[in-house]
Design a protein around this ligand. Sequence first.
Ligand code: GDD
Ligand code: MN
Length: 351
Amino acid sequence: MTTELSIIIPTYNEKDNIPILLHRIEALGMNDEIIVVDDNSNDGTAEVVQRLSSKYNNIHLIERPSKMGISSAVKDALGIASGKYALVMDGDLQHPPELIPKLLREIRKGKDIVVASRYMKGGKSEFGLHRKIVSKVATFFAHMSLQETEKISDPLSGFFIFRRNLIKPEDIQSQSYKVLLEVVVASHSMNISEISYRFNKRKYGKSKLGGKEFIRFIALVLKLSRYSTLKFLAVGLTGSIIQLGILDILYGNLHLVEYLALPIAIESSIISNFICNNFWTYKKRLSSGSAMKKFFHYNISSMLAFIINFSVATILTLTILSSNYLIADMAAIIASFGVNFMGSNTFVWHL
Ligand code: GDD
Ligand code: MN
């Protein structure tokens, strides 16, 4: 009988957790194989797994020479996996194994990917306040930068199942922790669903996630989004320079009246931003309607941003930042940039 499910568990110093987890998975009595990828843990995790693999014949251990990250561990496991479906989970009991049959039932309905989510109704995360905030900010950043993730409430989940032939192991490239993002983007699939679960507290050992991982996460998201956020920012900056330059020529040199010079300068920057964003920033999203329609929508988005810019600057200078109009204006520019980015990303150049 061929294996239906390959359960992939990256481990680094989980000697107290991994035997409990493996026993609990075995108790589910499924037709599965379990691939543990250990990165030379110095607490004897690999030896514990080795011992259990002679008791249960469906446990495979990949031992690597040094700590190389969760994503590359999953990549290596996919290289030897044989199941129709692959499931990724942590080896520290924060992901309850009893959810595995539920994930399997859901994907058998014909889904490509099923995510165990902390953030949909019924889900819960036993994180401290600090990690909770970091996680929410990171989730927001992923949603904003990667449209493929917008229907997933927990795109940073480390607990998910997918049809194994959806991607090739080589599609997973990064050194980051966030394998799901890579699977979602590489597969181009929209056939994704979620199941809620409770992310438990860790009993033994500690998290291996540090500040370095957060930087890597940002680099991964920017790369997967083909740097569209940075390109949008660069286009916005050149647009501002164009606007100031034209205003200077029309108003400063040609002495055109201000109420004519300013709208012409603003519209010039909107036109140049639109052209750059349409053919560069969002080049891959050309399918989302005619250029005229997008241009019209981009004007609305830019006008809205302009109104926000103007109101925020006015309100701040009249109230809390009365003595510091430059900071007030900076805050206004950031707010309007955010509004224009969201508008452009979701309303003008949607996938
Ligand atoms: N092989 C290998 N190599 N395993 C690793 C490595 C590594 O470099 N780093 C961590 N692991 C293992 C851990 O031993 C654990 O089994 C699992 O990967 C998750 O690592 P944790 O260190 O426990 O991560 P966390 O609890 O802080 O982060 C979790 O939350 C994220 C959700 O925001 C993890 O569940 C992530 O997978 C999840 O995405
Ligand atoms: Mn953990």
